[in-house]
Design a protein around this ligand. Structure first.
Ligand SMILES: Cc1ncc(COP(=O)(O)O)c(C=O)c1O
Length: 384
């Protein structure tokens, strides 16, 4: 069989051949690092405020730092490939058996494992317009097709997503809350969707409920997603330690799903995908309810600060259920550049189909204020 590829380089002695679906991937654009901005604009890195990657402004919990220090003693050895201790802690936290849990190198890894386990060229994936960019990347890397459903009020239109599922669909990705829009789906809508998918398609279609930002929701809004996993064999819930738990740099997340689906995930998982320090830190962070409560409170107050600031400036924003706010600034490349010159890094989202908007992660009160002061100065200068 002849495989068709794309010639990526054509210098005389180095030619790389890649399948067309891989060559077509537009790589993930990460938030600009502080050091890079400091170099570019000659700024003092200590004065720079980074509100671009939805990180925890409190940093990591002290409990996790101490766990890491203790775990360094064993760094000469491979990590526990089964992640027994962390799964033990998660199993107790969620009242599910350990064979319902998959650990990931960040929850990003979980999304990739789903794609590796379930997709192949010819299969398709349903997700919403303006949904988390990794759904597109993971789909594209497997040569599968995207069935992108137009957003409704910037959020997921679940009835339309249900209708978009066709005979080739293997996976539906749902982010709740969603990134970059910060929108939220209530329990009743999710339940109706899951029931309809199960009724029409049985377990042929896996629904991934990505709850990376779940801990920022008011408790009464949180969906009983683990209860749903117990009812639906085709549901996988994905969670992250990067956001409310403050461990973004360590890369650790997990999935909860019934054993058949979990078994598939483990077949494609690298044996040592979660390192020892991440496992130790995640156990400590999971038990650190004080840190989690503080993360929630800082985020709730910072959200009010940013949203009030936008309202005062007369800027449209999408009320957020997460740890960032999407704000409409019009000429986003211009406003972004002016913010960068003033030492503030936020996230342009043109690549998500939102060219007039910026996504601003919620920081500490003084960081939010630095950003709002800079934005006010830019808006006022532009109005002259
Ligand atoms: C919706 C959503 N899911 C998953 C992730 C992946 O996070 P991590 O790999 O750090 O757990 C992110 C990161 O920004 C996200 O926004």
């Amino acid at each position: 069989m002849i495989s068709v590829g794309v010639n990526l380089m054509s210098s005389k002695d180095s030619v790389l051949i890649a399948p067309p679906h891989v060559a077509a991937i537009a790589p993930y654009q990460a938030g600009k690092p502080i050091e890079e901005l400091a170099r570019e604009f000659g700024l003092d890195p200590k004065q720079i405020v980074k509100l671009a990657s939805n990180e925890n402004p409190l940093g990591m919990p002290e409990s996790a730092r101490l766990a890491i220090v203790a775990a360094t003693a064993q760094l000469g050895r491979y990590p526990d490939p089964a992640g027994f201790e962390l799964k033990h802690a998660l199993s107790a936290r969620w009242s599910v058996p350990q064979n319902w849990l998959t650990l990931g190198n960040g929850s990003n890894d979980i999304l990739e494992l789903v794609a590796s386990a379930l997709l192949e060229p010819g299969s398709s994936v349903v997700y919403a317009q303006h949904a988390f960019v990794v759904y597109r990347l993971a789909t594209q890397a497997r040569g599968a097709r995207h069935l992108v459903v137009p957003a409704k009020d910037f959020g997921h239109d679940l009835p339309a997503m249900l209708e978009a599922i066709d005979d080739t669909t293997r996976v539906v990705f749902i982010a709740n809350p969603n990134n970059p829009t910060g929108t939220y789906l209530p329990n009743a809508q999710l339940e109706a969707f899951l029931a309809a998918v199960a009724q029409r398609h049985g377990t042929r279609v896996t629904v991934v409920l990505d709850e990376a930002y779940n801990e920022f929701l008011e408790p009464e809004l949180r969906v009983d997603s683990v209860g749903l996993v117990k009812r639906y064999a085709n549901l996988l819930v994905s969670r992250s330690f990067s956001k409310a738990y403050g461990l973004a740099g360590l890369r650790v997340g997990y999935a909860i799903a019934q054993p058949t689906l979990t078994d598939l995930m483990n077949r494609v998982r690298q044996p040592f995908n979660v390192n020892s320090l991440a496992q130790a830190a995640a156990i400590a962070a999971l038990q650190d309810t004080e840190f989690l409560a503080k993360s929630f409170a800082v985020n709730r107050d910072g959200k009010a600060q940013l949203q009030d600031g936008f309202a005062k400036l007369g800027l449209t924003f999408i009320p957020s259920y997460s740890n960032f706010v999407l704000v409409k600034v019009g000429d986003a490349p211009h406003v972004n550049l002016e913010l960068l010159k003033r030492g503030v890094i936020v996230r342009p989202v043109a690549g998500d189909g939102l060219p007039e908007w910026l996504r601003v992660s919620i920081g500490l009160p003084h960081e939010n204020q630095t950003f709002l002061d800079a934005l006010t100065a830019i808006v006022q200068a532009d109005a002259k």
